[in-house]
Design a protein around this ligand. Structure first.
Ligand code: IPM
Ligand code: MG
Length: 369
């Protein structure tokens, strides 16, 4: 087998269940290095509340530069009640936002897939969700999350005013739309673009620019525009009408949580945040599970590592050019779900309840065969 060049992967476990789920990914990377002649160089460091506790900041410059130099960053989760009352600039979430913004990870891919083994876990009827496979493409470095002016300022009569600004430029809309159209071409060839063009100028611009890119470059893909509130409703009414949904940062945050929950398997859903490709075809990227830090179950060894493992599988596919290994890993996950090995969050009658570590071990055992 040909030796692949050494590639750096940065693991940022973060807070809550982050360290437990990242540990399983680390096991899998080490296994791949040994058994598939791969040569990943793993580094690991603190982020979020864990970094704040040690260094007084949610992300140090050193870690930020490590992220800049890695081929892929795999992040567990950040945040928890312990850090809720910190000043805004010190909150664990700021680390995440800084990484997204400064690595220019403008396209956030959030698949919402209903695993056939978990159809019954959805709050919707099986016929509504079975076979569901949606890809939400959320714009991640613009919009109201980052717009200026922002802040809280005193105004007359002792009141205060909170300000955030929702802005988008043509190029910001174009680059994320291209990602969505390209993905649709490899899927079911349909893009639904969501905004509030009925009340927001930035929404009207969004609609016009998505349409323009479609007409110029992606005529063969079906494009539909939908108001974001209607999309929230349609996701519950008939989610299988969607293939790829492209939307802004805030609507994407909300709609992706809704879509994730209707699959009944929040603990299984991965995500990828991608930047632009440089002239050599390389790009910056970060991968993380859609679920959060789940402080209530942290340290108990019962967290579901599958979303993080599937996030690593997305890294194999999108950043590391290892499609075959990505498919094998996805298949191994399917196999252990078929075998009924489940962590507590998705365990039902007839399944065998296992620990976080057991899941990692079982997946490696499948890869072995
Ligand atoms: C997400 C999260 C983050 C966001 C938080 C933790 C800052 O909800 O990744 O969806 O709002 O983007
Ligand atoms: Mg969110």
């Amino acid at each position: 087998m040909i030796k692949v060049k050494k590639r750096k992967i940065l693991l940022l476990p973060g807070d809550g269940i982050g360290p437990e789920v990242i540990a399983e990914v680390k096991k899998i990377i080490n296994w791949l290095n040994k058994n598939r002649s791969l040569d990943f160089e793993i580094d690991e460091d603190l982020v979020g509340g864990a970094a704040y506790d040690k260094h007084g900041t949610p992300i140090t410059d050193e870690v930020f530069y490590k992220a800049l130099e890695s081929e892929a960053v795999i992040l567990g989760a950040v945040g928890g009640p312990k850090w809720d009352n910190l000043d805004f600039s010190k909150k664990p979430e700021r680390a995440l936002l800084k990484l997204r913004k400064e690595l220019k990870l403008f396209a956030n891919l959030r698949p919402a897939i209903c695993f056939k083994q978990l159809v019954e876990a959805s709050s919707l009827k099986p016929e509504i969700v079975s076979g569901l496979d949606i890809m939400i493409v959320r714009e991640l470095t613009g919009g109201i999350y980052f717009g200026e002016p922002r802040g809280i300022k005193p105004i007359d009569n002792g009141e205060r005013k909170g300000i955030n600004t929702h802005t988008y430029t043509t190029s910001e809309i174009e680059r994320v739309s291209r990602v969505a159209f390209d993905l649709a071409k490899k899927r079911n060839n349909k893009v639904t673009s969501c905004e509030k063009s009925n009340v927001m100028e930035a929404g009207q611009l969004w609609r016009e620019e998505v349409q323009a890119i479609h007409d110029k470059e992606f005529k063969e893909v079906e494009l539909e525009h939908m108001l974001a509130d209607n999309c929230a409703m349609q996701l519950l009414r008939n989610p299988k009408q969607f293939d790829v949904i492209v939307t802004d940062n805030l609507f994407g945050d909300i709609l992706s949580d809704e879509a994730a929950m209707l699959t009944g398997s929040l603990g299984l859903l991965p995500s990828a945040s991608l930047g632009a490709k440089d002239k050599n075809g390389n790009m910056r990227s970060m991968y993380e599970p859609v679920h959060g830090s789940a402080p209530d179950i942290a340290g108990k060894g019962i967290a579901n590592p599958i979303a993080t493992i599937l996030s690593f599988s997305m890294a194999l596919k999108y950043s590391l050019n290892l499609d075959k290994e990505s498919k094998e890993l996805d298949a191994a996950v399917q196999k252990i779900l078929d075998d009924g090995l489940r962590t507590k969050d998705i365990c039902s009658k007839g399944n065998k309840e296992v620990s976080t570590k057991d899941v990692g071990d079982a997946i490696i055992a499948c890869l072995q065969n």
